[in-house]
Unconditional design. Sequence first.
Length: 167
Amino acid sequence: MTVERKISSIFKLDEENWMKHANPWSVWTRNTALPALVIAFWSRVWLDWWALIPIILAIFWTYINPRIFDKPKSTDNWASKSVLGERVWSNRDKIKIPHHHTKAPNILNLVAGIGALFVIWSVYSLEIWPLLVGFALVYCGKLWFLDRMVWLYEDMKNVPEYGKWLY
């Protein structure tokens, strides 16, 4: 089982919820999760232990976001295809993907992961410059990863199991 499939099980992404997450509103609003978490944890400075409230709300938002939107009217758009590609990527141990798609997603996840370390450090130390560097790395890595997932889905949409997702 891939790490991505384990993560999707934590977020309860079954067939129906994957399709809800393919709604462009879900994809784009998901980008608010990291700033919400940063602001929530940073708020410990001025809210003291009351910061637990925005922290819980930010975690809750991160958890429910993939499931709160309706299935999209169409999946023939960049945002939806990025999620469909993530599904293909998480299933790569069962259905082989083309070799030219195997390295870049891991590198881009590494870039985003390094950015996350900068973000964590900045929230801990209350430093703005590492936060900005971290945000840049996280969002560049993640958005480029999503773009690669669109390409992956386009290359795999002729697999019968995957083709049914495009409408």
